[in-house]
Design a protein around this ligand. Sequence first.
Ligand code: ADP
Length: 135
Amino acid sequence: MTPISDVFMLPYDTILNFDTLTLINNSGYSRIPIYEGNRDNIVGLLHVKDLSLIDADHNLQLKVVLDFYSHPLLKVFEDDKLDKMLNEFKQGQSHMALIQRVIDNGVKDPYYESIGIVTLEDVIEELIQAEINDE
Ligand code: ADP
């Protein structure tokens, strides 16, 4: 997985202007988790290709694009097995999943913590025990 601290993500209230579109483009990623409030609270997934017709001068709100496309956000647990992940990805709903852990310290109700993301590429690399270099 890619740990949550290394994930390139954007806040839900992002305005799509020249600066943010440049930032997204320079990140080089094709899928970007979207958080609200703090980075732990991931509420959506942006596919960068959805931005191809967006005009930077229109200062569109990112949430308009997110609501329009509404890509599903798969959630899995850190101890899920790779064959389960591969089957989820094969169904084609999404090729990225958020990895969660249950925190139960006995003090307050158990809750989920997001600890990273995993993509189809990560799973395949693990299965073939080799790096896949991007184009
Ligand atoms: P991309 O299509 O954006 O290159 P891949 O699915 O091919 O993404 O994944 C390549 C690697 O990049 C994987 O290790 C994956 O965990 C990581 N990755 C994908 N998206 C992000 C992101 N938004 N932030 C950080 N790492 C990411």
